[in-house]
Design a protein around this ligand. Structure first.
Ligand code: MN
Length: 284
């Protein structure tokens, strides 16, 4: 188990001493002993009100660093920018934008941009759900996954709405969730995917631990003609609902509960591996 405030790694002594020194310097500089350090990112861009809501909501429980894309990067999944330089702009102390993807932001932040090692990565609050299949495409979830890959506990948060966003309850729940799971922490290589129904706090029914559900989209491709006569395409797809399977994120949110889905990065199909192996054949 990885505690949110007390990482346990098998690392060389010099590294521990270096980290201890960095921590002491940081504590001295910030006079902020014992507070959790939280890295925030998102995929809607640094200007998103969802990100601002998290910054405000989590400032009560931790020391916040924000590193987020300089523009909307939804559906970028786990894209990493490898073929051009990345530019970082410090907008204010501890608040930076990057002309890259959500994963670029978290990777940069955790591998040198920040002067400290965060205890937690939180991504969001996304404008729109990340339920079921959405998770595969989501830049919001991938920013959290990058935290997990780099050994930092992570949470992705999304608001299940596409308009008139009110992030109040989602930000408040996220702060409470972080406080309540601080001990014993969440297992290494697990991240939490949180989806909050767009309801006032007193109308939310509570929260549930869930599994990934299955959403249905129409697979529309819209073909149009540009002013110069060339064809172009929009990837579309109308929301056709979801599979009503018990215990899923989709059903919980539909019923008015906040959904908390523990996700793992290991995509291995353990069931097939152990129970129904592929036919053995010699090759070559
Ligand atoms: Mn988004």
């Amino acid at each position: 188990m990885v505690s949110l405030s007390n990482h346990a790694y098998s690392v060389p002594l010099w590294w521990i001493l270096l980290q201890a020194r960095i921590t002491l310097v940081r504590l001295h500089l910030l006079c902020d002993n014992g507070r959790m350090i939280i890295l925030l990112s998102n995929d809607d861009g640094i200007q998103s009100e969802g990100l601002t809501a998290l910054e405000k909501g989590l400032a009560k429980i931790g020391e916040i660093y924000t590193v987020a894309p300089d523009r909307a990067q939804s559906s970028m999944s786990h894209a990493l920018t490898l073929h051009r330089p990345l530019r970082v702009h410090e907008l204010s102390p501890r608040r930076m934008s990057v002309d890259g993807t959500p994963v670029d932001c978290v990777k940069l932040a955790l591998t040198g941009l920040l002067p400290v090692k965060p205890d937690l990565v939180v991504s969001g609050i996304n404008k729109g759900p990340n339920l079921g299949d959405d998770i595969i495409y989501s830049g919001t979830v991938s920013a959290a996954i990058e935290g997990t890959l780099l050994g930092i506990p992570a949470i992705a948060v999304s608001l299940v709405s596409f308009e008139n966003f009110d992030f109040t309850a989602a930000a408040e729940f996220t702060a409470t969730l972080i406080e309540r799971i601080q001990q014993p922490g969440i297992p290494a290589e697990t991240l939490l995917n949180v989806n909050v129904p767009h309801l006032p706090k007193d109308e939310l029914k509570g929260w549930k631990l869930t599994r990934m559900g299955k959403r249905h989209y129409s697979e529309n491709i819209v073909e149009r003609i540009d002013p110069r006569g060339g064809k172009y395409y929009w990837i579309g797809g109308d929301d056709l609902g979801f599979a009503h399977d018990d215990g899923t994120d989709c059903v919980a949110v539909h019923e008015g509960f906040i959904s908390v889905t523990p996700l793992q990065v290991d995509l291995t199909d353990h069931k097939l591996l152990h129970e129904a192996p592929l036919p053995h054949f010699p090759w070559p």
